[in-house]
Design a binder for this molecule. Structure first.
Ligand code: FO1
Length: 309
């Protein structure tokens, strides 16, 4: 059972943790979002790659959904005292990951190589690949101009109007080594319940990836991150609306329609199943709220069972 998963941050990390209980972790390849990557204090931060890595390593701060459990923030406080920007909460132990990544990148390694080194050092057996080794930066257009994703999401707390979203650099980017092959040779492809516009969107914006999803013989299943007309977490609703999509599981189905076979919807959205079917996609109705480890495994099992039917 070779599984390839397209993943953003927290929601993806939970489903991947569930999958890794049911399938040998070596058989899972994660294609991670780098549209959220940013530079803070000269360091290269890859929040979604780190969230997935930390979750699969059993180190994720569960309450926040990002960063390392039991981390401290003394460096952040010291930087604030020096008058540096301190709106992005980098933990002291988390900093080691960013120092390591930044140094290796500066020495000429690719983001894929560094990501592999980090996940191996943390004992993660699943492969984690950035969608591209080239920068693809999610930019958000607000009434006062373009913001980087983290400026929008963390600094502005997503509380500004969104007019448009762009993926800077995507045109010139190419898939990281192994990405297209992982989609082509998978038995199943899982699109995690991540923000369709700012987590999955930057992956799909890399030339060749959407085409590979359309061409693969694998069955492609997505889990809707929109439940009952609102995102389970984060600003996905606002961003989908800015892209002219209905903020519902049907909006997700429309976006992924060119290559999607099955869409997992929450029980609360059961009434949308006929609309999903009408789009040529098989709806799978189950509980999708991953409130504990048991629920993560149950959702992963429901997805795998639907794929096997
Ligand atoms: N998210 C926040 O809401 N506030 C933060 O201060 C913050 C810091 C942070 C540091 C390292 C890291 O890997 C992730 C961090 N995140 C933070 C999460 C991140 O901004 C988002 O979860 C993702 O980019 C969205 O998927």
């Amino acid at each position: 059972m070779r599984i390839t998963a397209l993943a953003g941050g927290t929601g993806a990390a939970k489903l991947l943790r569930g999958l890794a209980v049911l399938v040998p972790p070596e058989q899972i390849t994660v294609i991670g979002n780098t549209g959220d990557d940013t530079q803070i204090w000269g360091l290269h931060i890859s929040p979604d790659l780190d969230t997935v890595t930390y979750a699969l390593a059993g180190l994720l701060d569960e309450e926040k959904g990002w960063g390392l459990r039991d981390d401290t923030f003394m460096c952040l406080a010291a930087m604030a005292a020096l008058g540096q920007e301190a709106w992005f909460n980098l933990g002291d132990r988390d900093l080691a990951t960013h120092l390591f990544r930044t140094e290796r990148l500066a020495a000429g390694q690719s983001l894929s190589e560094v990501t592999t080194a980090i996940r191996r050092a943390l004992g993660v057996r699943s492969r984690i690949l950035p969608a591209s080794d080239a920068p693809v930066a999610t930019r958000v257009l607000t009434p006062t101009g373009w913001l980087g994703f983290q400026e929008f999401f963390v600094r502005e707390k997503a509380q500004v109007e969104v007019l448009d979203v762009a993926y800077a650099g995507a045109d010139q980017a190419s898939p990281a080594p192994g990405v297209l092959e992982a989609i082509r040779t998978a038995v199943v492809v899982v699109i995690c319940p991540s923000n369709p516009i700012t987590s999955i969107g930057p992956i799909l914006a890399v030339p060749g990836i959407a085409e590979a999803l359309a061409a693969t013989s694998a069955r492609v299943l997505a889990v809707s991150p929109i439940v009952g007309g609102a995102p389970v977490s984060g600003p996905a609703g606002k961003l989908m609306a800015a892209k002219g999509l209905p903020v519902s599981a049907v909006g997700v189905a429309k976006l992924y329609r060119p290559w999607l076979d099955l869409l997992v919807l929450d029980r609360r959205d059961e009434r949308l199943a006929p609309e999903v079917t009408a789009l040529g996609i098989t709806p799978v109705v189950t509980g999708t709220m991953m409130t504990d480890r048991g629920a993560e495994v149950a959702l992963a099992r429901a997805a795998l069972e639907a794929l096997a039917r």
